[in-house]
Design a protein around this ligand. Structure first.
Ligand code: MOS
Length: 764
């Protein structure tokens, strides 16, 4: 019979424990909350991107039956402070605070909030509100007059442009050179759960229900904005209907809805519309890249330089700066990099799945494919020749790195050895077949975390931590960790997440949750085990004489190495008069627990474990894509993707595979479909809906194969866990563009790859 650990423990291939609730519709999302006598809010957003509000005529709005109140800059002003951004040590995604003044800083900025007895009345009043603007000419983004380019180093004290050796001289001297530019478009997360917020006050205590990847961060940020103590605020977000980074930072609406609820003395619920979601939350900004690679005839990189430009808002120095990863993927003695940000009249961008790696690795891995073509070398072989166990910038060793084993496994599963490298050489009737591949990588980050584990006299366990399950399976892997360490089955474990009443946990960002939280849950369980064991090995105890360290908890019992056994419930009764509770935390010295949800202060403080300054930690993978391109219509189909990944210890192969598969599918979406279009004159997004923001449907996604390689990493953290949630979609963009080249001989350097970009190509 399989043991409890095999069935429910770390590494067990179990279905997610919240799956049934989600399928049955009983999972209560923050948006589902119903409060007594709610007021409904509806947003009005600005049609102009830059200028001022000159007049507001609210007579028609006030005449709507059910109208209650109206918030504008005239009655909010300084009473709601602007949020402090992540990069400034706060929790907000933007420093732009609407309703603070008459100023408009981006299209789609909130200009008024209508409050009424019903959603319909609030919406009707919003449509009747007349706002007059004095518009100025906005800068839409790259190349717009008035856009201001600033070196990242100037914009941020903490930014570094990785470099080593002399990339310029080495490039000039190299036998083989690639010198190309690449770009990626604006993209939006579009989580299916709309952006909603419900706020209720009970005297001076505020409760916020909002889908969040960072409940402690929201608590702290709202406290700053409203000028009240964080302890007076509770944020509840047990389930999240899609996040991908869009709910990682605090948006402007939350403090305003809390303010409205206090002003009216009633709970207020806001449901923003789909199009409003494009500008009241964050997005992935467009990027540009200039890559120069120099190599010798054997394909050895001699010089790598990566220059990147990213669009951001006028006031905020937001950047993803993926050169931190792109300069560390391959061995190279001479590396240069530089990131610049371009301030335009846009809302502030923010985290979107694998924020730095998606655009920067697309550029690098496209250039690597171009280098392979130039060398007439197999692209897998090129990666092998530049593989390294030390990153090139500081010479730090990777805690573990299985890039080439991933290439070997994926190439084998894909059938790569059957590839004819000549572009256009593989055909099936009118369809030309293209095979491409690319590397993927994602850093392992950890945040300070705490957890409480309670073992009841009946042998039931409750695990409490304010971590978040953004659809990834966090409930399940946390439950598995407790089941593993306490020798129980998953049915005996309850996991509570997403609530500031629970012990603090970090933002669900940077794929850090499993590594951060499972390690402290294991620590709390170990404390419980130690108590049970101590009571069992006393002279009166049933396991007297056994080595305490060797006593295991398994299948609802304490097991001594000599075969003696003590049922768990008896052991609990022996050790305690009631439940046994343990609290564990992994919070570095100097980090305030209530400040630890800040990505910069928190995650970086613990990246890679206690104090890993002499090593560097990443998860790796290899992605292979098959495309079929119609030689007449240039229609692009993708019948097959294979990804192989190595990310340390995998707590649950099933949820891990789902994450990686989702990443590959999103990668295809990003490569072939997605782009938010911007009207250059008005700086407005003009496809702000799910009809014209293109994403794949099921028929666009055929075979997706995920291979997870076993990997042991005893340096990265106690349990050897690396993050993998964001690993899957990093390499796909380049793998697709590289497959397009293989099919057609046409190199598409600007995402997305759409058939119109192939129409001008020569006959294929
Ligand atoms: Mo993820 S974009 O780090 O929430």
């Amino acid at each position: 019979m399989p043991s409890s650990a095999q069935k429910s423990g770390i590494g067990a291939n179990v279905a997610r424990i919240d799956g049934r609730q989600k399928v049955m519709g009983t999972a209560r999302y923050a948006s589902d909350v119903s409060v007594a006598s709610p007021v409904f809010a509806y947003l009005v957003i600005s049609p102009i991107a830059r200028g001022r509000i000159t007049a507001i005529d609210d007579r028609a709005a006030r005449a709507v039956a059910g109208f209650l109140d109206l918030l504008t800059h005239e009655n909010v002003g300084e009473r709601v402070k602007g949020g402090k951004t992540f990069s400034a040590g706060g929790y907000a995604g933007t420093s732009i605070q609407p309703l603070a003044s008459d100023r408009i800083q981006h299209a789609g900025q909130i200009t008024a909030i209508l409050l009424a007895d019903s959603f319909e009345a609030a919406r009707e009043a919003a449509h009747r509100l007349q706002i007059a603007y004095a518009a100025e000419t906005p800068s839409a983004g790259f190349d717009s007059p008035g856009a201001e380019t600033v070196a990242a180093k100037t914009a941020s004290k903490t930014h570094e442009d990785p470099e080593t050796g002399d990339a310029g001289t080495a490039f000039e001297a190299a036998a083989v050179k690639i010198d190309q530019s690449y770009s990626t478009p604006t993209q939006h997360h579009n989580p299916i759960e709309l952006f909603t917020t419900t706020c209720a006050w009970d005297s001076d205590r505020l409760t916020i229900w909002e889908g969040s990847q960072n409940v402690y961060g929201y608590q702290n940020g709202i406290a700053q904005q409203l000028g009240i103590e964080p302890e007076k605020i509770r944020v509840i977000s047990p389930f999240i209907g899609g996040a991908f980074g869009s709910r990682g930072s605090l948006t402007q609406r939350t403090a305003l809805i809390a303010f409205a609820a206090r002003r009216l003395g009633r709970p207020v619920k806001l449901v923003a519309t789909r199009d409003q979601g494009f500008t009241i939350a964050t997005y992935r900004a467009e990027t540009r890249h200039h890559i120069r690679l120099g190599a010798d005839r054997d394909g050895k990189l001699l010089s790598l330089s990566h220059e990147g430009w990213e669009v951001t808002s006028r006031p905020d120095p937001y950047m993803v700066a993926g050169t931190s990863s792109s300069t560390r993927l391959y061995a190279c003695a001479n590396v240069a990099s530089k990131v610049s940000i371009v301030h335009a009249d846009r809302c502030t961008p923010g985290f979107m799945r694998s924020p730095p790696e998606v655009p920067y690795i697309f550029a690098l891995e496209s250039a690597m494919d171009e280098l392979a073509v130039e060398l007439a070398m197999d692209p897998v072989e090129l990666r092998r020749r530049n593989d390294t166990m030390k990153e090139p910038i500081k010479g730090l060793p990777f805690t573990s790195r299985a890039l080439m084993p991933c290439f070997d496994a994926a190439a084998k599963a894909f059938g790569w050895e059957k590839r004819n490298p000549k572009p256009g050489s593989m055909r099936d009737g009118d369809w030309i077949i293209g095979w491409g591949c690319a590397s993927t990588l994602y850093p392992t980050v950890m945040g300070p975390a705490a957890a409480r584990v309670v073992l009841s006299p009946q042998g039931l366990v409750k695990v409490q931590t304010a971590a978040h399950d953004i659809g990834t399976g966090a409930y399940t892997v946390i439950g598995q960790t407790a089941a593993d360490r306490l020798g129980l089955s998953l049915e005996q474990i309850t996991v509570e997440l997403g609530d500031t009443e629970l012990p603090p946990a970090p933002v669900a960002g940077g794929s850090n949750t499993t590594a951060s939280v499972c390690n402290v849950v294991a620590k709390a369980c170990e404390e419980i085990r130690a108590k049970l064991v101590a009571a069992a090995v006393t002279p009166q105890g049933p396991l007297f004489g056994a080595d305490p360290a060797a006593i295991k908890l398994s299948d609802g019992a304490l097991l001594a190495p000599d075969g003696r056994k003590e049922p768990l419930m008896k052991a609990i009764a022996r050790a305690s008069n009631g439940a046994i509770e343990a609290y564990a935390e992994n919070i570095p010295h100097g980090v305030k627990p209530n400040a630890m949800a800040n990505l910069y202060r928190g995650l970086q403080a613990l990246a890679g474990g206690a104090d890993l300054k002499d090593r560097i930690q990443f998860a790796f993978g290899a992605e292979f894509v098959e495309l079929r391109i119609n030689r007449y219509t240039r229609e692009i189909r993708c019948p097959r993707v294979v990804g192989a990944f190595a990310a340390g210890r995998v707590v649950n192969p099933r949820t891990a595979k789902s994450q990686l598969m989702g990443g590959l599918i999103w990668g295809l979406s990003s490569a072939l479909h997605e782009a938010t279009e911007i009207d250059r004159r008005s700086a407005r997004f003009y496809n702000a809906d799910l009809a014209s923001y293109l994403i794949p449907v099921n028929a666009d996604i055929e075979q997706v194969e995920v291979i997870v390689l076993p990997e042991t990493d005893d340096q990265v953290n106690e349990l050897g866990i690396k993050g993998l949630g964001e690993l899957g979609n990093v390499g796909t963009n380049a793998a697709v563009a590289n497959a397009v080249y293989h099919a057609t001989g046409v190199r598409i350097r600007d995402l997305p790859v759409r058939l119109e970009k192939l129409l001008a190509a020569p006959a294929i």
